[in-house]
Design a protein around this ligand. Structure first.
Ligand code: GAL
Ligand code: CA
Length: 350
């Protein structure tokens, strides 16, 4: 009996000691003192080529920051697969798990209000990106941000590439010598700010430069390469070698058009194709001459802006330190023109 009492006494002392040591510093990883920042990211579609580039950049920037920060940074990326109801459920989940910030690449940019109301109720700021909510929604709360690009500029620069080529050597573009450029326009999703603005500013800039245009066709291919390839195949059947220029609202669709051009039997010069985004495959196409140029949509700068806003809010930092923040909530990055003249520079850093 006495032996049992003694043994249980020893055990009690031992367990007090072990539980005490669990409360104090863990010498291996010091985990007790590390605060975690949780950033939830919901994407309209993860397989979109440009969106996947932004996402990868956000993850890389977060990893780098974590290595010299006192915070553990968790970036949780989820795919809404083109469904607003999926996206709404994903936001619910981020809210219920007390995420610090929610980054939203809206499925439907005209329907942000439900998501905003949920985040506002839970006091979790939102950083929208790439798919801009309407102004009225952006006014709903003072903890809403938007990161995107200067869409007008991308349309103007796309036009510049064609204007410069035309001025340098008219015959390289105006194959039938009628003094006009016969073109087709492949547009992104209807209702997306980058689609309509790029189309408008591209056409406007060409005509402002005194070059006459003749539209053969235009249609949407929803940012997707396969849809653009199908569209372009139809247009080649319809217009044959009349098509002199293919304007595409993004690179992935431009690559789809190139695919259709390569599979068709076009007599004489192939049409010139120009895209936007500067994704790696497009830079390679510019390098090998199948694309006359592209415009870099700065996914690195956008990822940095998305991350900087998120991190600063989560750590209660000074928002004035964030570069390029306009009206306290918008960041719009600028673009770069890429042709065979300077593509090597960007192929090296892609
Ligand atoms: C655009 C980009 C497209 C597509 C779209 C998705 O800015 O140029 O390639 O990613 O965003 O919202
Ligand atoms: Ca012509």
């Amino acid at each position: 009996m006495r032996l049992i009492k003694k043994l249980s006494g020893i055990l009690t002392v031992f367990s007090i000691f072990t539980s005490l040591s669990a409360c104090t510093a863990n010498p291996i990883n010091n985990s007790y003192s590390v605060k975690e920042i949780k950033i939830g990211v919901t994407l309209y579609k993860q397989d979109d080529a440009f969106i996947s580039t932004i996402t990868k950049n956000i993850e890389d920037i977060a990893k780098e920051k974590e290595s010299n920060s006192k915070y553990k940074i968790t970036i949780d990326v989820v795919d809404a697969k083109g469904s607003s109801s999926n996206q709404s459920n994903q936001v619910d989940k981020f809210v219920s798990q007390n995420y610090d910030i929610i980054c939203v690449n809206l499925v439907d940019r005209t329907a942000a209000s439900m998501i905003i109301d949920k985040a506002k109720l839970a006091n979790i700021p939102i950083v929208f990106f790439n798919r801009e909510p309407v102004e009225e929604d952006m006014q709903r709360w003072n903890k809403l941000y938007y990161v995107g690009a200067q869409a007008e500029q991308s349309g103007e620069m796309q036009a510049n590439i064609i204007v410069n080529a035309y001025k340098k050597d008219i015959s390289s573009i105006d194959k039938n010598g009628d003094g006009k450029i016969q073109y087709v326009m492949i547009e992104g999703e209807p209702g997306h700010q980058d689609s309509s603005i790029r189309t408008e500013y591209c056409i406007k800039t060409i005509t402002q430069n005194g070059i006459e245009l003749e539209k053969l066709a235009d249609d949407t291919a929803n940012w997707q390469s396969a849809q653009a390839s199908t569209k372009m195949t139809q247009w080649i059947k319809e217009f044959g070698d009349k098509i002199e220029v293919v304007f595409s609202n993004n690179d992935d669709m431009a690559l789809g058009a190139i695919n259709a051009i390569n599979n068709a039997n076009i007599i004489g010069n192939k049409p010139l194709v120009v895209g936007i985004d500067g994704i790696p495959k497009a830079l390679e196409a510019v390098k090998n001459g199948s694309m006359i140029g592209t415009i870099i949509n700065d996914s690195k700068a956008q990822a940095k802006a998305i991350f900087d806003i998120s991190y600063t809010l989560a750590t209660h930092g000074n928002m004035n330190s964030i570069e390029g923040l306009e009206k306290g909530k918008y960041i719009r990055t600028s673009h770069t023109e890429v042709t065979s003249d300077n593509v090597d520079l960007y192929l090296e850093n892609k």
